[in-house]
Write a protein that binds this ligand. Sequence first.
Ligand SMILES: Nc1ncnc2c1ncn2[C@@H]1O[C@H](COP(=O)(O)OP(=O)(O)OP(=O)(O)O)[C@@H](O)[C@H]1O
Length: 228
Amino acid sequence: MIQMKDVYKTYANGVTALNGINIDIDQGEFVYIVGPSGAGKSTFIKLMYREVKQSKGTIVINNTDMSELKEKKVPFLRRNIGVIFQDFKLLPKLSVYENVAFALEVIEEAPRNIRKRVMDVLELVGLKNKARFIPDELSGGEQQRVSIARAIVNHPKIVIADEPTGNLDPETSLGIMKVFEEINSKGTTIIMATHSKDIVNTIKKRVIAVEDGLIVRDEHRGEYGYEA
Ligand SMILES: Nc1ncnc2c1ncn2[C@@H]1O[C@H](COP(=O)(O)OP(=O)(O)OP(=O)(O)O)[C@@H](O)[C@H]1O
């Protein structure tokens, strides 16, 4: 479902972030991306939702060759990919309900389906009772749950999370991980870049380590492998 062959990325300023990436990730896998700061993790995952374009090499996502994907088709690719960020990126003036519903409105979901789908997903992340709150009225962990709800409300095949627990304390982070495990148990592929040694060593999954733009390790039920 995610394949990369000899993928390189050099940014406009001349920095080469990826130096020949080869990877194959199947539907339903749960993968951590680890590695030192500046190693190329974010660049690697941004290629998967076409936030960044490769300079060289082949990327196939959900059977679509990224080098043949026209710009106007990018929104269709993204319908199958939910993205979650460290800083949540919620719309501050909208309620929890509206933040999640917005993701369905932009893809022109029939209005009669929206309410049920939003409430179902808020139930999954444990926030049904806070649907009317605005982001400022929520804890960090709750805000991250809203951003997860928004990412999965369209039932994407892939969820990509770039340091989703980076702003959260360890206990709250474990709560977020439970939500990811639940989503993954339903068959959704999860790709998560993280600096959390605790999480990677406690909740064992496939670990891909990136250093200097190369994959230096790829292990099932791997360890974090760096000092915290
Ligand atoms: N938009 C950009 N333009 C130019 N250089 C960039 C850009 N984004 C990232 N880089 C460079 O590419 C390299 C890899 O960055 P990237 O953000 O992928 O690393 P990372 O492993 O995610 O780091 P961190 O763990 O600190 O988030 C770095 O040298 C960075 O400065």
